[in-house]
Design a protein around this ligand. Structure first.
Ligand SMILES: *Cc1c(COP(=O)(O)O)cnc(C)c1O
Length: 244
């Protein structure tokens, strides 16, 4: 067993334990494996444990890995290739997207969790190739108001959500947040609970055609608090692949 597979198994136990502590069904929390800075071989190791969803921060690096993995899968014998096609990889862009990178993102990723401006959403919508399914979108929220951080102010989320659902090549799935590290579990729960409250508020406003189903929060250091607060997707790098 590789270190990555062992790490994934320990991590899944950690997620399950956190779900039980929070009185939640472990099936209600998805794991996004954040493979940024690690090579395609690390992704292949994680696939051996059934992991399919991967997150990348840096667009050029992410696209290179997506293409490397596709070539690797295409090079396999037909039976294995068929098995791979039956449960395809799912690539999430979780880093900042500049205007000049939207085409690469729209052409290669399945999800973008870091949308915080209408202009970027419009470009992704225009550039999403017609043969691909709509791009799955989370709005990034700057929940704790860090001055130099990406993400929408909580008060602006509903307005952008209303605009985004008008764009036919995008599908609004939820919210994503990266709060500052908190001093302890209680403080971490409190900040994640604010994102959860915002998520519920936007859904309750009732003017989205389909309710959001994804609340992406929690990383290696704070996933228990995020699950306690209602996260449906934790994004974990270090605990799977090691220190960067
Ligand atoms: C790097 C990164 C992660 C993973 O962080 P770890 O602490 O390594 O688990 C999650 N989300 C985002 C947006 C990141 O940039």
């Amino acid at each position: 067993m590789t270190t990555i597979v062992r790490n994934l198994q320990l991590l899944r136990d950690r997620i399950t334990t956190a779900c039980f502590a929070a009185g939640r069904d472990p099936a209600s929390v998805r794991l996004l494996a954040v493979s940024k800075t690690f090579p395609a071989e690390a992704v292949i190791d994680a696939m051996a444990d059934g992991q399919r969803a991967f997150g990348e921060n840096y667009i050029a690096e992410g696209v290179e890995k997506i293409l490397a993995l596709r070539a690797w899968q295409d090079g396999k014998d037909p039976e294995e290739a068929q098995a791979a096609a039956a449960s395809p990889l799912e690539w999430h862009c979780i880093g900042p997207v500049q205007s000049n990178k939207t085409r690469l993102v729209a052409e290669h990723f399945d999800w973008v969790q870091s949308v915080d401006r209408l202009k970027i959403a419009q470009r992704l919508n225009e550039q999403r190739p017609p043969h691909l399914p709509p791009l799955q979108i989370c709005l990034q929220v700057n929940v704790d108001g860090g001055a130099n951080k990406s993400g929408l102010a909580p008060a602006d989320v509903l307005a952008l959500a209303r605009e985004l659902v008008q764009l036919p090549r995008l599908r609004l799935r939820g919210l994503m947040a990266i709060p500052e590290p908190a001093p302890d579990f209680v403080a971490a729960c409190a900040v994640h609970a604010r994102t959860k409250a915002l998520f519920d508020e936007v859904n309750a406003a009732g003017d989205l055609p389909v309710a959001m189903d994804t609340l992406s929060m929690g990383m290696t250091a704070d996933l228990e608090a995020a699950i306690q607060a209602g996260s449906t997707m934790v994004r974990v790098g270090t605990a799977i692949f090691g220190a960067r």
